[in-house]
Design a protein around this ligand. Structure first.
Ligand SMILES: [Zn+2]
Length: 125
């Protein structure tokens, strides 16, 4: 879903969003996300945990979104794996590249086996 689609679906008026400074460095956006101040999600009013700046006809505006609405408009980076198998393959390749051991646990593994040992997916290859 695009931001425009989310805003239309949730009937968010861009001009009702808080004014944002023009030309923000990334650290200012990160500061807004990590500040203890409550920035409501523009779509649902819940705690905003993501922030971005929209260019509107009346200048830049903050678009704060909660986790769910933020993820709804999240666009994966080019080449980013979209399946669990692809993510695991990427993790294995990264571990191999740096010579690190990798154990991937799932929810069942975290409970451990009957001997109290955590399990892991079998090694690749
Ligand atoms: Zn929301």
């Amino acid at each position: 879903m695009t931001i425009a689609q989310l805003m239309q679906e949730q009937q968010v008026d861009a001009l009702s969003l808080p004014l944002a400074p023009a030309s923000l460095p990334m650290h200012v956006i990160i500061d807004r996300i990590i500040t203890p101040e409550f920035w409501p999600c523009a779509a649902c009013g819940c705690l905003g945990v993501t922030a971005r700046v929209l260019d509107t006809e009346e200048g830049p505006r903050w678009l704060d979104l909660c986790w769910d609405h933020g993820m709804n408009v999240h666009q994966p980076s080019p080449g980013m794996p979209m399946t669990m198998e692809g993510i695991v393959a990427g993790l294995r390749a990264a571990a191999e590249a740096v010579g690190a051991r990798l154990a991937i646990l799932n929810d069942d593994d975290s409970r451990g086996d009957s001997h109290g040992r955590a399990g892991s997916l079998p090694p690749h290859g």
